[in-house]
Structures are given as C-alpha cells and as structure tokens.
Design a protein around this ligand. Structure first.
Ligand code: ADP
Length: 262
C-alpha cells in the first residue's frame, strides 16, 4: 500500500490557531477520545478559545461524543464550517460521511483529508486546537506532524502492561517527529465503589507512573473507571458538561492548567 512520504515542505501554521495539542494512545479503547473532549472543555472553561479535530478518519467517535451527526456546511472556497458544540469548533470525518458509511482510502488520499481538516476548515481564532489522533502510529499521525507544528503531545494509557507497551510506541512516535511530549494520562486508573474511600484497582496499578518514571515525564492525570464518564445515555453530553463541580472538573481542570502552562 502507498505510504505517506515526507513531503520536504515546510510545516505550515494553521491560520488563527496558536497552539496545537495532540492526544494519542498506543491502542484503541483506552479512552483517548473521552480524554480529548474533556481536556478541550477544560481548556474552554479556563476562558480559552478551543477547537477539537477528530483525526480518526476510519473510526470517528467525536460525533457521538458531542451528539452531532449532521454534515458540516461547505463554504464557497472549498473550506468547511466546523460544527459548534458546547462552545467549541468541532470537525470530524463523521461529519462528511453518511450514517454508517466507512471511509476507505490509501495513504495519498488520507494525506489530503488530513491537510483539508487542518487548513480547509474555518477554525477561526483559537488558543488551542486539540487533535484527537487515531490510535497507533500510522499514516495519519505522520501526516499531521509533517503538515503543521504541534505544540505538545500527551499520551493516554490504561494501567495494564499491554497498554503500556503500546503507549511507549506512542511516545516514540512523537519523539521521532519532534513533538514535545507533555506527559501521560492514565485512564481507568481505579474504581471507587462509593462504599469506602479505597481505590480499587480493576486492572493493574501504577502503570502510568511507571511509564512516567521510565521517560522522566510527568503523569499529568489519573482518571478513574467510572460509569459516570459515559453515563450520558448516548446523548453526547460529556461529563464536564454534565458536572459543574467535583472530581472530574478538578482533574481535567488541573490537566488543562498543565497544558496551558507549557
Ligand atoms: P478511544 O478513543 O481510546 O478508543 P473512547 O474515549 O472512545 O476510547 O472510550 C472507549 C469507551 O470507554 C467509551 O465507551 C467511553 O465512554 C468509555 N470510557 C472511557 N473512559 C472511561 C472511564 N474513565 N470510565 C468509564 N468509561 C470510560
């Protein structure tokens, strides 16, 4: 299959966008999209102007997370008007496809979509554009990092050994393409039963910290496994919208603070 080749072109800044934050994970299902959207919302709560780009061309999940499934409007000059969700500009491949239609494409076409999402979307003036990268270390990730400067990357993992192995690939990918890595986020870290104060470790424990120590980078957040996080009944209402205070507001607020401090 066709691979994305380095273009040799200089990276281009996205007009109006001050910082691009990339969220990656070694593998799918660890909660990368959930973390991306709540990080974006936490940045918004700090008063920043924020956009969210779902870079998963083959399995876009942001549309469901924001509860929007209608197509975006094409503007005259081949640009798209992003959707507005909770005060953020949001774009996803899911806003271009019909229902359960799947994207099938090879490297060069993928590359063009990535370019379009970065440069042919009317993002407006943004302090942060949060990129929810697809899992793994494939063409889309490479393509993105070749096209535009990424201010910082964060790696989402779960505590299990297998997830850590994949998270290492994520960090190596960032390093290879010279994206400064801010640190790790451990998701599904523990479970609180509500009957006691203990952190119950459903998976292994300490994985995120181990990874952080190994790379000399901070563990930026530990988010518990909690039905509250996906309790919106499929309505697309993220936990940071449902809750105005409490643990998650605090945890994601801290995370956003650390991202903003970079
Ligand atoms: P990824 O983007 O890594 O594939 P998602 O963010 O789509 O993962 O999350 C996968 C599933 O796990 C979703 O159903 C999501 O609601 C759920 N989920 C994510 N994080 C948590 C958590 N901390 N507690 C409970 N459920 C979670």
């Amino acid at each position: 299959t066709a691979r994305v080749r380095p273009t040799g072109n200089a990276k281009r800044q996205i007009p109006g966008v001050r910082n691009v934050i990339a969220v990656t994970s070694g593998k799918g299902g660890v909660g990368k999209s959930t973390i991306s959207i709540n990080l974006a919302l936490a940045l918004l709560r700090r008063g920043a102007r924020v956009g969210l780009l779902d870079c998963d061309i083959f399995g876009p999940s942001i549309p469901d997370l924001v509860g929007i499934n209608r197509p975006v409007r094409a503007l005259g000059d081949q640009t798209f008007a992003p959707h507005q969700a909770y005060g953020m500009n949001v774009m996803s491949m899911g806003f271009l496809l019909d229902g359960d239609q799947a994207a099938t494409m090879r490297g060069p076409m993928l590359h063009r979509f990535v370019q379009q999402f970065l440069f042919n979307v009317a993002w407006g003036d943004l302090d942060y554009l949060v990129l929810d990268l697809p899992p793994g270390t494939g063409d889309v990730q490479l393509s993105l990092t070749q096209e535009t400067p990424i201010s910082a990357g964060v790696v989402v993992t779960t505590p299990q050994e297998a997830a850590l192995r994949d998270a290492r690939k994520g960090i190596e990918m960032f390093r290879q393409v010279n994206v400064p890595v801010l640190g790790f986020i451990e998701n599904m870290s523990y479970y609180k039963c509500g009957k006691c104060d203990k952190e119950h470790h459903i998976f292994q424990s300490g994985g995120g910290q181990k990874l952080a120590d190994e790379y000399g980078l901070p563990l930026l957040a530990r988010i518990p496994l909690d039905p509250k996080i996906n309790e919106d009944g499929g309505e697309g209402v993220p936990v940071l919208i449902r809750e105005k205070e409490g643990d998650y507001v605090h945890a994601f607020g801290n995370l956003a603070g650390r991202v903003a401090a970079e």
